[in-house]
Design a protein around this ligand. Structure first.
Ligand code: CP
Length: 340
């Protein structure tokens, strides 16, 4: 029988500074030049040490919003979004503006010359000749990698089809680090559309590099985790299980990563309608979770988390979206070479 557990209030990075001990490594003084000029296409493009350095920097920015303020004055970021976005585009724009830089770009490919048939390669050549870095989202898997081959400036993959979303992974890992104190010794449940959910693919792959991570994949049969991600976990010795039952998994989880069913990747609407509400996290199901469970969601949500869950102190998805801005500020400052 499931047991009820008391809810715990999740600390913020600021509140939890002593656990994270951001001051032990002064990345600003020490320099984070390793990432200068680098693209980020998949989460493991940066080493574990480089990724951890980014989180140290993001933690400093979160603790002191004036940290690195204006450090990117004169730098231009191009945001090229061939697919809709709220958080990723706006948080990147907020990040560069808070760092004192500027941005240009488009949120709708219909307003760009892509709608006249211009190739991605030519679009990227243009953006790279105007800006110091490019953030791009595309419905096509591999588009960001292709773009990086035509660009003289760093390309940051803001999502390529159902493949990867590595800056969301920086957001997710930074959130876990802030709220749990470390990214290790955790059982992480991924629930929902694990087939098309690019944030799941990137985060699962990234978590496999940390110590003593256990993963439980919770999905309908038709939306299971792709074989190449399962193979990566197997290769890296990560213990994982697959289930169709959220209630059964709940008591075991330290982190629950909910995802929406990705309507835009389905070939037929009937399948989407049949699968869209396969898993709904509500207040009753939350009673099955640990008191210090962290519930994440890359957002946007549709129905998979009931609004009543928002009031539960373990619901961390809006906090997570704000942490994404700090993670992206750290990323931009590093790839633009100002964090030195
Ligand atoms: N998490 C995320 O990628 O959200 P957006 O689609 O709103 O950018």
């Amino acid at each position: 029988m499931p047991t009820r557990r008391a809810n715990a209030v999740l600390p913020t990075c600021k509140e939890n500074g002593s656990v994270l001990d951001f001051d032990t490594v002064d990345i600003y003084a020490r320099g984070n030049t390793m990432l200068k000029g680098r693209s980020l296409i998949e989460p493991d493009n940066f080493s574990l040490e480089e990724t951890e350095n980014l989180f140290t920097l993001a933690g400093k920015i979160e603790s002191d919003e004036n940290y690195l303020r204006d450090s990117c004055r004169g730098k231009l970021l191009a945001t090229l979004f061939f697919e809709p976005s709220t958080r990723t585009r706006l948080s990147f724009e907020a990040a560069i503006l808070r760092l004192g830089g500027s941005c240009l770009g488009f949120a709708d490919p219909g307003s760009s010359s892509a709608s006249k048939g211009e190739s991605l390669a030519d679009t990227i050549r243009m953006a790279a000749s105007y800006a110091d870095a490019i953030v791009m989202r595309s419905p096509k898997e591999g588009a960001a990698l292709l773009a990086s081959r035509y660009s003289q400036v760093p390309v940051l993959n803001a999502g390529d089809g159902g493949h990867h979303h590595p800056t969301q992974t920086l957001t997710d890992l930074f959130t876990i680090r802030c709220l749990r104190g470390e990214i290790a010794n955790l059982t992480v449940g991924f629930c929902g559309d694990l087939k098309f959910g690019r944030t799941v693919h990137s985060l699962a792959k990234a978590l496999a590099r940390y110590a003593n991570i256990r993963v439980i994949f919770i999905s309908p049969e038709e939306l299971v985790i792709p074989e190449y991600i399962a193979a990566t976990l197997q290769r890296q010795g990560v213990e994982f299980a697959e289930t169709r039952n959220l209630e059964e998994a709940m008591p075991e989880l330290d982190v629950l990563y909910m995802t929406r069913v990705q309507k835009e990747r389905f070939f037929n609407e009937e399948d989407y309608i049949r699968l869209k509400d396969s898993f709904v996290l509500n207040a009753e199901r939350m009673t099955l979770g640990k008191g210090n469970l962290v519930v994440l969601h890359p957002l946007p949500r549709v129905n998979e988390i009931a609004v009543e869950v928002d009031a539960d102190p373990r619901a961390a998805y809006f906090k997570q979206a704000r942490y994404g801005m700090y993670a992206r500020m750290a990323l931009l400052a590093s790839i633009l070479g100002v964090a030195e």
